[in-house]
Design a protein around this ligand. Structure first.
Ligand code: TTP
Ligand code: MG
Length: 358
């Protein structure tokens, strides 16, 4: 039997803000707005008491919590903290799969007793990053995630095989990973609100109603999930460059070359089946100095648009002799398709608009 740990940082962006600015600790901190098209990214648990939630318009959050401290997101800082968290994981296993910046599944099957290890990981995340997390330990990914969500924040929950059905039974069906708002609506028409209600559906009915996901949900509702952890084997970056036969002094001249490189790298990553989040334009000048600039794909815009922006950001007057275009910062190559899709459909560089039917 597998031993899977799911770790999820509590109120991640807001907790980082409170960590960096102690004067905000214990207060309703709401992160969002500005680069986020006016919606809440997340908020501290103090703000949740007022009914503020992720993805809520900031204007509504202000109504619900006028005394809230509204802060713009600082993605670079969150990425930094995310790396610190991963460093802790890697001290225990190579077999971990990250989801976004603040969640991960760890395979602890090789530990004879995973409970003390899980406790230690939770403690070390706190000690080494200053952030609290909720962790769930169980015998598959689906149940580990359910466990970590059960008693947030700062939770430690184990679901043992003999407890699984009883715990699942009373949960809202929306707790199952893969049941989004749309699926919930569909199910509510059949008066299915809890996991126990969902048990009424036969496998055939579940598949008929929900397609392929129906099968996975049929299993997950019964505590079954045979997904394996997908470790990040993806290449660190993928790029193409070309040295020019003569120096170029104008953006107009460099742009078509950059675009042809972009096409090639896009082809490369399609073949590899990976999804990058960052594009880089590299330029070597006639005097051999090298410059590179990057853009994160925040809104799922075409890469060409970001490349245009990057081209605008360079100076061409000293002559360009080499152009390179690269992708990096890859999302897990495999994993679940819905998790990949969600990367590009939403406001932050790392999150999808929690896909309706994950
Ligand atoms: P979550 O782990 O879903 O949320 P959280 O960490 O803020 O709170 P908790 O886990 O305690 O419930 O998401 C992690 C980060 O992702 C979150 O801090 C901000 C970002 N995020 C968004 O930007 N938009 C969203 O709709 C969600 C859900 C998260
Ligand atoms: Mg979290």
């Amino acid at each position: 039997m597998k031993k899977i740990l799911h770790v999820d940082i509590d109120a991640f962006y807001a907790s980082v803000e409170q960590l960096d600015r102690p004067e905000y600790r214990g207060l309703p901190v709401i992160v969002g707005g500005s680069s986020n098209r006016g919606v809440v990214s997340t908020c501290s648990y103090e703000a949740r008491k007022f009914g503020v939630r992720s993805a809520m318009p900031v204007a509504l959050a202000k109504k619900k919590c006028p005394q809230g401290i509204f802060l713009p997101p600082r993605f670079d800082r969150y990425v930094e903290k995310s790396k610190e968290i991963r460093r802790v994981f890697s001290a225990y296993t190579d077999r971990y799969q990250t989801v976004g910046l603040d969640e991960a599944y760890l395979d602890l099957s090789d530990y004879e007793n995973a409970v003390p290890v899980a406790k230690e990981i939770k403690r070390r995340v706190r000690k080494e990053t200053g952030l609290t997390c909720s962790v769930g330990l169980s015998y598959n990914m689906s149940l580990a995630k359910i466990a970590s969500d059960l008693k947030k924040p700062d939770a430690f929950v184990v679901i043992r095989p003999e407890q699984a059905m009883e715990i699942l039974r009373t949960l809202p069906v929306g707790t199952l990973h893969g049941v989004g708002k749309k699926t919930q609506e569909l199910l509510s028409k059949k008066e299915i609100y809890t996991v126990e209600d969902f048990w009424r559906l036969s496998l055939e009915e579940a598949v008929q109603m929900l397609g392929k996901m129906g099968h996975a949900l049929y299993d997950r509702a019964r505590g079954e999930d045979d997904r394996e952890i997908v470790t990040e084997r993806s290449p660190k970056s993928s790029s193409r460059e070309t040295t020019l036969p003569y120096d170029l002094y104008q953006r107009e001249a460099v742009a078509p070359i950059a675009f042809s490189l972009l096409q090639e790298v896009e082809q490369d990553i399609r073949e590899e089946g990976v999804i990058p989040q960052t594009i880089t334009l590299k330029i070597k000048y006639a005097d051999f100095t090298m410059r590179s600039k990057q853009r994160k794909n925040e809104y799922g815009v075409p890469w060409g648009e970001l490349l245009e922006e990057l081209l605008d950001a360079f100076d061409y007057s000293s002559g360009v002799r080499l152009v390179g275009v690269g992708f990096s910062n890859f999302a897990p190559a495999e994993g679940e398709r819905y998790e990949q899709l969600s990367l590009f459909s939403w406001q932050s560089p790392f999150y999808g608009e929690r896909q309706e039917d994950q």
